[in-house]
Design a protein around this ligand. Sequence first.
Ligand SMILES: [Zn+2]
Length: 654
Amino acid sequence: MKFFHFTLLTTVLFFTSFSYSQNELEESECSRKGSYIKALLAKNVNYPGDESIDIKYYGLELQTFLQPNSITGKVRIISSVVMPDLLSVFFDLNNSFTVSSVKINDNNVSFTHSNNKLQIQLDRVYTMLEQFTTDIEYAGVPGTSGFGSFVFSQHNGEPVIWSLSEPYGTSEWFPCKDTPADKADSSDVYVRVPSTLFAVSNGKLIDVIDNGDLTKTYKWKNSYPIAHYLISVAISNYHEYLTHFNYSQSDSMPVVHYIYPENFTSYKTNLDKTISILEIFTGTYGEYPFIREKYGHAECGFSGGMEHQTISSMGAFSETIIAHELAHQWFGDKVTCKDWQNIWLNEGFATYSEGIFLQNYYGETRFDQYITGKMNQAKLASGSVYAQDISSVSSIFNYNRTYAKGAMILHMLRGITGDSLFFQIMKHYNSQPHLAYNVATTEDFQIATEAILMKPMDYFFQQWIYGTGYPTYNVNWNYIPAGGELNKINLSITQSSHNNPTYFTMPIQIKILTSITDTIITVFNDNQIQNFELIVRGTPQQLILDPNNYILKNATVTNIDDIKDIPSEFYLGQNYPNPFNPITTISWQIVNNSFVTLKVYDFLGKEVQTLVSEYKNQGTYKTEFDASDLTSGIYFYELKADDLVSTKKLVLIK
Ligand SMILES: [Zn+2]
């Protein structure tokens, strides 16, 4: 889902049963439209539903009523038993409904309905893997918590009714097992509405019945596995705009838009881009997951979009929102996060896909701008991308953390792997037989990544998914001649101390501009203070850390020779790098032609190496000190020329 956010002000109403912390309030982001205000926090986290059953099928027959707004429902749920000797089950259903009847395999059974749970006594004992059908009839006013689970509203004087269940709102309009972890194999949604309105849902429209009483029933059939929260309805006086995605020489799929008549003309240009975006994502992620059915948009009254399976509900039609919700069909709908802690697998992927669309459609400049913007948002993220607190809707859907930083983690992975392997990973992940049309965790994505790269990536996922923050690099460098046109760059990377992890492990690209050529060298930075030696052709002129902006970071890069203010007198410089292992460079200067010694002493004053002992002309020199044979510790180096002496300290860390 994609939503516009606003800073929480005093205008938002809270129900008395909500509890919240100040921290949650500060982080709160949600959407609103006119006087309609969405409650920010999940009212009751029924999650994760009854674990003694496996859902096979949801069949909804709903009728909506206006003035007053309410619904009646007949819902059929087919379940398979996954626990021995099952006597009772429960489904999650809002207390606001009155349940009139529950049948198990056509037999009336007793039930209780409290705490938003419908507890049902089965008609007999069921054994493992047996299936049974539950038919539930209920009526009442749906709930509107979260992002507004089921909303009656208006546009231009006409009714519009929509559902938006994610994350905890499904049970506010139909009985379900309230967890994304358990997909039904298929679903049907039949909706009876006043004849002037059009009801839209998942899958294919298989029939429209005129009931002869100024109502019509729209029958939608979905034949793919579906998570409960991706089942949707959208109802209004829609203008239907049908286009086609020609995905092969001979095959096409309907792409159909249900738009408020008054908005169609202004939206048409962006709606027509849906086909191009489908082509881009098909190329990068593989075949559209619901190719036998459709893709579509249903306009609704909230601000943003929600990726209901095969039919995104849309409050806005910017091209990035269209791209975001469409990308969710692969990442969110085909492969669904198993729990809300792993919501970045939905939102980080859909957000990064906005960038993939911009890169393919508009080119690199637009993509780079997008990445810079997302990085700035990602830097504001607090806490781990793995959502620690799923009791709060605003915490799960925290934009900076779940969306922006989640997206930038994919960008960093792409930086490490390169484009070819990255898109192989994305295709492999969403086509794995045990993940496709099923659910996944971060570990499943890590395994898919490692399968393509054929190497462990634990360091990457641990620090970026379960850790917090991002690295701050302090980079210093200088160079000395290394024979002929070669020069040796001494590169020192120091990371500021951090909580979790203490420092970040990342391959870092270094672009080196020399008098002869430009090169990019990748160093593997896996220590808080680390020195590298790089041999280049030509005189080094500039070093750029992470030239393609792959890493979420702050960095300063300094050529220490530029800042050295060498006086015009006898001078001994601080060795660089320092601390070092095992080679460092010492700069020094003499103003008269004279006999020079440069010697290294240990902590006790014992000479360990003579670096220079000869007659030298006046000038500035760089001398290398190789401490391979010495042990870690503090050493001193001393320069003598004429009657002048200077001593400095250096630190060898092995
Ligand atoms: Zn999204």
